[in-house]
Design a protein. Structure first.
Length: 223
């Protein structure tokens, strides 16, 4: 049974139509219509399968859901070097935000010092979804104990007109306002981001349950 066969068994045409509206930049014909929990279950099967490497090497994939399963499989790889290698092979084929956003490799938590040069390299990429993935990894892994104020500057200095890149920068700063408020708020106060990004970051932060009411009121005054 192929990966497509496993996905086709879970097809939901109404859900496919819904997904097509969420990802308008890829052809609707590429979307089978499979929900995320079902794709994660399929990815677990693939990860344990003898056909795993064949699937990971078969790029590009035809179907949107194959791309998602691919990244879910990569996220399960325990060896950090191999995980990064597979991420590097796959990122050039990522062509939409859900594929960029839904997989978070557990192996990345093992060694943040070793991971950081790769995160910086991904952020520097001209490929929108590689850069978006890199910013998301910086957000997920480096806004806690390993935070450094220079990471804020790294993201703020990333320029590009693509909507999905800008929204990732806004998401990063909204999360930074929740986790590292004292360091991040200066970027909002000083208007150090593109105005549309700054406004979206404020909006997301104000909507977040992780930002204090006091901080939300100050952010609202900066709109």
């Amino acid at each position: 049974m192929t990966i497509y066969d496993l996905l086709a068994e879970k097809r939901d045409e109404k859900f496919a139509s819904f997904q097509a509206k969420l990802v308008p930049n890829i052809p609707a014909e590429r979307i089978i219509g499979v929900r995320t929990p079902q794709m994660r279950a399929i990815a677990k099967e693939v990860y344990r399968s003898v056909d795993r490497d064949e699937f990971l090497n078969d790029l590009p994939h035809k179907w949107y859901e194959e791309d998602l399963v691919h990244f879910f499989v990569i996220a399960m790889i325990r060896d950090m070097d191999e995980c990064i290698r597979q991420v590097d092979r796959f990122l050039p084929y990522v062509d939409c935000w859900p594929v960029s956003d839904q997989a978070t490799p557990a192996a990345f938590k093992k060694d943040h010092k070793k991971l950081l040069p790769h995160v910086k390299r991904w952020i520097a990429s001209d490929h929108v979804y590689t850069a978006r993935f890199g910013i998301r990894m910086l957000m997920n892994e480096y806004l806690g104990d390993d935070f450094d104020e220079k990471y804020l500057k790294l993201v703020a200095s990333k320029k590009g007109d693509d909507y999905y890149l800008k929204m990732m920068i806004a998401w990063y700063f909204a999360t930074a306002l929740a986790k590292q408020y004292d360091s991040a708020v200066g970027y909002i106060e000083g208007r150090m981001l593109d105005e549309d990004v700054r406004r979206k970051a404020i909006q997301k932060a104000v909507e977040s349950y992780r930002v204090t009411d006091e901080h939300k009121e100050h952010l609202k005054s900066l709109r």
